[in-house]
Design a protein around this ligand. Structure first.
Ligand code: ADP
Ligand code: MG
Ligand code: MG
Length: 930
């Protein structure tokens, strides 16, 4: 006779001694063998279940169970899918303890215990591996479960059909390595088809219309189909189901989608997954039952409000799968989409209060936002999972700042809470708000990932990957998201789905990546086969442009313009201030215009690390200056050239002045003209003719002069300091422009601080040559303006390997070094940056190089050259200022390297400044940890 269902059993004595093979960790009845710190062994899920169940501050109602460790998984793969000796016995013992706590027996016809078999790696891989529910339900145990449920045979047959569907799909097909030939021939799809046929035949509109009798019939049909398709019987023996399930979850570690997710996230293949076997609790037993997912704070914007969704009378998988629209747990969680559904707070006020208390305790305990899964079985609340919740960048910054204010964390922790990529998200574009106002959304959905995105519609993950490879920007539009889509989701600029809630898989993954995403857009009708989208009475086709506002959930037709959202973001500014207070490394910006300078400064840049003089000859409004420069370039005599330079001078001075003024009080490294001159020779016949006329020479003469400038390898040709050595008047003009601009600013009461930088230097005598010019011009400007001093420095770029080697000599003349790591990488490797496309991808694929050395500094080689340069330079001049101005200055790992080799500052484009500041602060904290 079945005993009464009791849980949790507080008075029962259960030993917590460890078993024999150490591959099994028990939890339940307020005790646990494991704890949160054992993620490597128990996986994130197993470790947190143990913590929730056993930690003295928590002891939450967690259905009892046990976890097989990741070591078992590793063993399993190494030993042709077998288990360590003694493991099965140990698992059997753990199962007995569960049975004892639950007063039920696995496989018992009278009073059966049912379990789930759940996956869980060290790091969460949402939806990428398998879970099988309702294990232990067989023809023999069905009557026992009916009895336990108080005679609810509909529930039991529904549970049985779910088991058959899940088990045949996960264990009998996927884990057995059977690849269905297309989308519709997988066993699960075939069973779904049978179910739909039955619903249609009976005139039902929803799954819930199916009666107990229908479901019983369906289970029989399912089994026959399985036999027909997979040529095997569905196992009706509880232990066979259990071990089949365990093996299948281990096998799912090497499933296709798990592998692609690991590749994207950089999770090592060797980690393996743990498996948790846990007592089933049922959110689908009828009234007073529900299941849900919630966050201790809003993961979309970071607000400190309990946020979540739930489904009445459903099993956990239904929420995540996005099959029904979930209801909000409270008023705060309401959206346009679900505002008419009853909240959990209203439907089950007591349970809601209990859940609210648990979430508060969990957050306090973990000191971070938690993502929790819960199930309510006949008015009893059970906690099924908790983990640190994924959040997008804006939410992450807000939570870090709030938790610091709440004294939940210290400022060091707040700084470590953000990934560089998350910060990057805050700097991402949004739809230009003025233009957005003028457009009516086609439709609305749930705002699952913030920011704006525009792209061309594609309907499959494969197409997304293909189109992006071809250089397109796409938005992946799906009926519902599916973990198999990860690569396409990654490639797409944004994701849009017709179904699913804020806690659906798509929303979760997009949030983790900080990708613009809208889910549950029920106004969309997606026909992936016809590659069409019906919305608002319109048909959109593959390749049509749409624009998403992921912050509001609005979908627009066409291509709306984007703009930058980072200005005047107070929370971001605050966060960066905290980072700045911890870092040692200076952060400057690369800027060629006063606007760039201002933006960088606003983000916290402490100066300009690279101002490129030549930039004034490119782009908008540069026509006049460019013309004069060309005139200078094709000048033949020194007189001709001097005349052209005189005309050019006011433009250059004005440009320098604007930037020095924007950076008032802060250092500005101004690099003298760097590129090979022939880059500026006009090719357009009209321009050539005009130039010839102005110079009063024939077109032929002009062509021949231009011809003379041609070089076979201009990157290593007549450029940088070599121009200054051969045409001293070119350097003199620029240096004069710097000093005069500074002198005028001084007279206007400002404090300019130029640092004159000579590029492409490999020999100290080159520097001496330019220093003589600098000193002479300096004196001339001082007397012209009648001032005593202009604060400035004279220094060099270190970008040729030889320069690093002779850095001790260079430092006799240079007051500062700035490592130009782009060219240093180019010349150090002998890789032309413009030509690496033909071989570098192959190098990376074959593992010859770990990554693109132009993206992250190659510490082994180029890094060594940098270290030599710094050491030798500082040996000569202890106070030598050292920085970096290559693009690496905005790459977090390169920033950490610069910190370690004791540079004074890094410099990067304005939008990378916040990331560099964060990386510089984190470098200090990581160093302390060691
Ligand atoms: P994932 O890692 O993909 O989230 P889970 O192991 O958390 O997979 O399981 C998926 C869903 O199945 C969960 O949302 C949970 O609600 C449900 N589930 C798992 N185990 C149980 C159980 N023992 N009782 C009730 N529901 C369960
Ligand atoms: Mg889960
Ligand atoms: Mg260079």
């Amino acid at each position: 006779m079945a005993k009464k269902y009791v849980y949790p059993v507080r008075n029962k004595k259960v030993s917590t001694g460890k078993g024999i093979s150490n591959g099994v960790y028990f939890f339940g009845g307020q005790k646990a063998d494991g704890n949160e710190s054992m993620k490597n062994l128990l996986g994130g899920k197993g470790a947190n279940l143990a913590q929730m169940a056993g930690h003295k501050d928590l002891r939450l109602p967690v259905p009892p169970g046990f976890t097989l460790t990741t070591e078992v998984c590793i063993y399993y793969y190494k030993n042709r899918k077998t288990y360590p000796k003694g493991l099965k016995e140990e698992a059997g013992k753990a199962l007995e303890r569960v049975e004892e706590l639950m007063d039920r027996k696995f496989g018992d016809p009278q009073n059966p215990l049912l379990v789930s078999v759940r996956s869980g790696a060290r790091r969460s891989m949402p939806g990428m591996m398998e879970t099988v529910l309702n294990i232990g339900l067989t023809e023999k145990t069905i009557p026992g479960l009916i009895k336990q449920s108080g005679g609810n045979s509909r529930f039991v047959y529904d549970a049985y059909r779910r088991l058959i569907m899940m088990y045949s799909d996960v264990v009998m097909e996927k884990a057995a390595g059977i690849e269905p030939k297309d989308d519709v021939s997988g066993i699960r799809k075939q069973l779904e088809k049978l179910m739909n046929q039955m619903k249609k035949a009976k005139g039902y509109s929803s799954d819930t219309d199916l009666t107990a009798k229908d479901l019983k019939e369906l289970c029989a049909l399912f089994k026959a189909k399985i036999k027909e398709v997979l040529k095997k019987d569905f196992p009706d023996e509880p232990n066979e189901q259990l071990w089949g399930g365990i093996g299948a979850v281990f096998a799912s570690w090497n499933g296709k989608r798990a592998i692609s997710y690991r590749r994207i996230e950089g999770i090592p293949d060797e980690w393996g997954t743990a498996v948790t076997v846990q007592t089933m609790v049922f959110g689908n037993m009828g009234g007073g039952c529900a299941t849900g997912v919630a966050f201790t704070r809003n993961p979309g914007n970071g607000e400190n409000e309990f946020y979540g969704e739930y489904l009445i009378n459903a099993q956990g998988e239904d929420v995540v799968a996005g099959i029904r629209t979930p209801a909000p747990i409270n008023e705060y969680s309401k959206s346009e989409h679900n505002k008419d559904l009853v909240t959990l707070e209203k439907a089950m006020p007591k349970i809601y209060q209990e859940l609210f208390g648990f979430q508060a305790r969990l957050e306090k305990h973990y000191r971070d936002m938690q993502d929790i899964e819960f199930t309510i079985e006949k008015g009893r609340l059970f906690m099924l999972q908790c983990r640190v919740g994924k959040r997008n960048g804006p939410a992450a910054v807000r939570m870090a700042i709030d938790m610091l204010k709440e004294k939940l964390i210290k400022k060091e922790e707040a700084v470590m809470r953000l990934g560089p990529g998350q910060l990057d998200e805050l700097l991402h574009p949004i739809i230009d708000p003025k233009i957005e106002l003028a457009h009516k959304p086609l439709t609305k959905g749930l705002p699952a990932g913030p920011g704006g995105a525009t792209g061309q519609i594609v309907f499959s993950a494969g197409d997304a990957v293909e189109w992006v490879k071809q250089g397109n920007k796409v938005i992946l539009v799906r009926e519902e998201t599916n973990p198999e889509d990860v690569e396409g989701m990654r490639a797409a600029s944004a994701i849009l789905t017709a179904r699913g809630g804020m806690t659906s898989h798509a929303a979760l993954v997009a949030r983790g990546w900080g990708k613009c995403c809208i889910v549950g857009c029920s106004g969309l009708h997606v026909d992936a086969i016809k590659k069409e989208l019906l919305v608002d009475g319109k048909v959109l086709k593959e390749g049509d442009w749409i624009t998403l506002n992921g912050t509001k959930g609005n979908v627009y037709e066409g291509k709306l313009p984007m703009m930058d959202a980072s200005e005047e973001n107070e929370i971001l500014t605050n966060f960066l201030k905290i980072c700045a207070s911890l870092k040692r490394l200076g952060v400057r910006t690369n800027a060629d215009t006063p606007e760039d300078a201002r933006r960088g400064r606003q983000f916290g840049a402490e100066g300009i690390g690279l101002f490129r003089t030549e930039h004034m000859f490119y782009g908008k409004g540069s026509d006049e200056a460019l013309f004069l420069l060309r005139k200078m370039i094709v000048s033949k005599t020194e007189d001709e050239r001097k005349k052209a330079l005189d005309e050019l001078f006011p433009y250059v001075k004005k440009d320098f002045k604007g930037t020095l003024e924007a950076m008032d009080g802060l250092p500005v490294v101004i690099r003298l003209l760097d590129p090979p001159l022939h880059e500026f020779v006009p090719r357009d016949p009209d321009k050539l003719a005009q130039l010839a006329q102005d110079l009063d020479i024939t077109l032929d003469e002009l062509s021949s002069r231009a011809e003379n400038l041609h070089e076979s390898n201009p990157m290593m040709g007549h450029r940088g300091v070599r121009l200054g050595v051969t045409y001293p008047e070119v350097s003199a003009m620029q240096i004069r422009a710097v000093f005069e601009a500074a002198a005028e600013l001084i007279q206007e009461g400002k404090s300019p601080y130029p640092e004159i930088m000579i590029p492409v230097v490999c020999e100290v005598k080159e520097l001496n040559d330019q220093l003589v010019i600098t000193k002479k011009v300096y004196q001339e400007v001082l007397s012209k303006y009648n001032i005593k001093k202009i604060k400035h420095m004279f220094g060099t770029m270190i970008e040729i390997p030889r320069a690093s080697i002779v850095a001790d000599k260079l430092a006799q003349v240079a007051e500062f070094f700035s490592f130009g790591t782009n060219d240093m990488t180019q010349m150090g490797f002998g890789f032309s940056r413009d030509d690496i496309g033909s071989f570098l991808p192959e190098y990376i694929k074959k593992g010859i190089l770990p990554e693109d050395p132009f993206g992250t500094i190659d510490q082994e080689g180029i890094g060594e050259l940098i270290k030599i340069g710094i050491q030798r330079g500082r040996k000569t001049a202890k106070d030598l200022e050292v920085g970096i101005c290559g693009e690496h200055g905005g790459d977090p790992r390169s920033v950490e390297f610069c910190h370690r080799v004791d540079m004074d500052y890094v410099s990067c484009s304005p939008f990378r400044v916040p990331i560099a500041i964060l990386a510089a602060a984190q470098a200090v904290l990581k160093e302390k940890k060691k």
